[in-house]
Ligand binder design. Structure first.
Ligand code: COA
Length: 150
C-alpha cells in the first residue's frame, strides 16, 4: 500500500470521498481548495484524505475514508498519521477534523490518535444536508470539532 498526493488533472476517488461525506457539492468544493491524497494497492484506490488550510497555522482534514472491504484493518489510522505528517512537514501548528455526534467509531479513532475535542457546531448537519443522517441509531445533528497540536 502506498499513499501519494493526487496530481493536478487526476480524477479524485469520489466513491470513497462520498463514504465520508454524502454531499458531492461540498466534496467538489473542498477538493478544489485543498490537497487530496490516495492510498493505492494494485493500482486501486483503497483510501483517501483531503486537507485544506484554514489559516497560516491550522490545516483541516476535510475528508478521510477507507474502502468498505478494507475498513477496520488499521488503514484509517495510517491515513490519519500521514495527514499529520503532511501538516508537520508544511509547518502547521495545529490539525483539525470535524465529525458527527453520531460517528462513534470516528470519535474513538481520532482521540486514539491524540486529537482532543475543541468545540461543537450545533445543528451543522441539520442545516447543511438535505436528508436526515442516522448512524448507530443516533441522528447526526452536531459537528464535533477535534484538534491536535503538532
Ligand atoms: N469504540 C472504540 N474504538 C473504536 C470504535 C468504537 N466504537 N470504533 C472504531 N474504533 C477504533 C478501532 O478499535 C481502531 O483503533 P485500534 O487500532 O486502536 O484498535 C480505530 O478506531 C479504527 O482504526 P482503523 O482500522 O485504522 O480504521 P479504518 O481503516 O476502518 O478507517 C474510517 C476509519 C473512519 C476512515 C473508515 O471506517 C471509513 O472510511 N468510514 C466511512 C467514512 C467516514 O466515516 N469517514 C470519516 C468522516 S468524519
Amino acid at each position: 500500500m502506498k499513499i501519494r498526493k493526487l496530481q493536478y488533472g487526476e480524477i479524485p476517488p469520489y466513491e470513497l470521498l462520498l463514504l465520508a461525506d454524502p454531499s458531492r457539492a461540498l466534496v467538489e468544493a473542498y477538493i478544489a481548495e485543498g490537497e487530496c491524497y490516495v492510498a493505492e494497492e494494485n493500482r486501486e484506490s483503497i483510501g483517501v484524505f483531503v486537507v485544506v488550510a484554514l489559516s497560516k497555522n491550522t490545516i483541516e482534514i476535510k475528508n478521510i475514508a477507507v474502502r468498505e472491504d478494507r475498513q477496520g484493518q488499521g488503514l484509517g489510522k495510517k491515513l490519519l498519521h500521514q495527514a499529520i505528517e503532511v501538516a508537520k512537514s508544511n509547518g502547521y501548528a495545529h490539525i483539525e477534523i470535524g465529525t458527527g455526534n453520531s460517528s462513534i467509531g470516528q470519535l474513538a479513532l481520532y482521540q486514539k490518535c491524540g486529537f482532543r475535542i475543541s468545540s461543537v457546531i450545533k445543528d451543522f448537519f441539520v442545516e447543511h444536508y438535505d436528508e436526515i443522517i442516522m448512524e448507530n441509531g443516533i441522528q447526526c445533528r452536531d459537528m464535533i470539532r477535534l484538534r491536535l497540536q503538532i
